[in-house]
Design a protein around this ligand. Structure first.
Ligand SMILES: Cc1ncc(COP(=O)(O)O)c(C=O)c1O
Length: 382
């Protein structure tokens, strides 16, 4: 069986071969294999150097100080540490958290757990373009608001938040901004100081690095206090204990360095791929774009299809590796909560598919995708 054309880069990216090659050198006896916390011998120092050089690479991509980077197992853990760690550490200052209805589950479920713990959460509903406005946010701010968590780029729609404008409102209200940037690194320019970001979650595997590693940016000035969630050897200045996975971290560092070097080329490639894909579907009737293209990254396009059942369409598209945001439970298929939140009705949401491209997507991949779609729509609508 030939493998399907991979158009699910927003779920995860393949590791860049240059990153994989470097990671392999951080595993075996002839490479950098020791525990980076072993301070009494040379192999330990080399491992520590590798970790610190990766920390600088991650910090450089977002214009931060390396001392502001805390390693985690991914963006999910970074989101948990940011929200729970911050709300618990600052409970004496206020109990109010603001977030949106289209955040990733790592934020939605953490905020819901905090509600159960006695914190108060305001859930903002974004506009049809997948964005919360500064005015909306301003209306939600209260005396006791201590944290606002909004994503940089939405994983289902690709929409980009105007973080600098939102940060102004947040800081005027005396609160702190946490950003989930899992889908943003390497896609948009990120500068934590220029954009007023205080906490930021990142993941390696959305940016051509390995799965299982990520980081949380934690501002040092003014100092952001977090309560640790994982206790142990006091690694990462007590914020996240556990032996550091040198090969994963070196991989994330290399992937983020490439993301900086190649961001413009990746962006231009994404734009070309998106245009080719949309051009290939021009002749198809009943295709709607759920993504507001002018305010979104070029690599995510969410489309809805009239007069087809979403599940049947996905079955007919087995030559493509794509995804829907729908959630299956034993009784039914539930439409994506993100599409619902931006006002898309149930039937259209169930007939929506996210296509996401990336660095290794070829014109031939795009042409296969549009041909498969034209064919499937024709067959299903007959
Ligand atoms: C916006 C967003 N946040 C968080 C995550 C979770 O990241 P990780 O897989 O690194 O835990 C994802 C990945 O699905 C994501 O797209």
């Amino acid at each position: 069986m030939t493998s399907p054309v991979y158009l699910d880069y927003a779920a995860t990216t393949p590791v860049d071969p240059r990153v994989a090659e470097l990671m392999a050198r951080h595993l075996t006896l002839d490479g950098v294999y020791a525990n980076p916390a072993s301070r009494s011998h040379m192999p330990g120092w080399l491992a520590e150097q590798a970790v610190e050089s990766a920390r600088r690479q991650v910090a450089d991509l977002i214009a931060a100080d390396p001392r502001e980077i805390v390693w985690t197992s991914g963006a999910t853990e970074a989101d948990n540490l940011a929200l729970t760690g911050f709300m618990r550490a600052n409970r004496a200052r206020g109990r109010h958290l603001v977030t949106s209805r289209i955040e990733h589950k790592a934020v939605v479920d953490t905020a819901t757990a905090l509600e159960a713990e006695g914190f108060d959460v305001t859930w903002l509903t974004p506009g049809a373009d997948g964005r919360v406005t500064p005015t909306q946010l301003n209306d939600a701010m209260r005396e006791d608001t201590v944290l606002v968590s909004l994503m940089a780029v939405n994983n289902e729609l690709g929409s980009i938040h105007d973080l600098a404008a939102l940060a102004e409102v947040i800081h005027a209200g005396g609160a702190v901004l946490h950003v989930d940037a899992a889908q943003a690194t390497g896609k948009i320019a990120l500068d934590v100081n220029a954009m007023g970001i205080d906490l930021m979650s990142m993941s390696a595997h959305k940016t051509y690095g390995p799965k299982g590693v990520g980081a949380l940016y934690v501002r040092r000035s003014p100092d952001i206090r977090l309560e640790a969630l994982i206790h142990g050897g006091g690694h990462e200045r007590g914020m996240r204990s556990g032996t550091l996975p040198t090969h994963q971290i070196a991989g994330m560092g290399a992937a983020f360095a490439l993301a900086g070097d190649e961001r413009e080329a990746d962006h231009a490639h994404g734009l070309a791929m998106r245009q080719r894909f949309l051009d290939g579907l021009e002749a198809c009737a009943g295709v709607h774009c759920n993504t507001a293209l002018d305010v979104s990254v070029p690599t995510i396009v969410n489309l809805a299809f009239d007069d087809v059942d979403g599940e049947s369409l996905l079955m007919a598209l087995r030559a493509l590796a794509v995804s829907t945001g729908s959630a299956c439970n034993s009784a039914s298929v539930e439409p994506s909560y993100v599409l619902k939140a931006i006002g898309i009705d149930r039937i259209r949401a169930l007939a929506s598919i996210r296509f996401s491209f990336g660095r290794f997507t070829t014109e031939a991949d795009i042409d296969t995708a549009s041909a498969e779609l034209r064919h499937a729509l024709g067959a299903l609508r007959q």
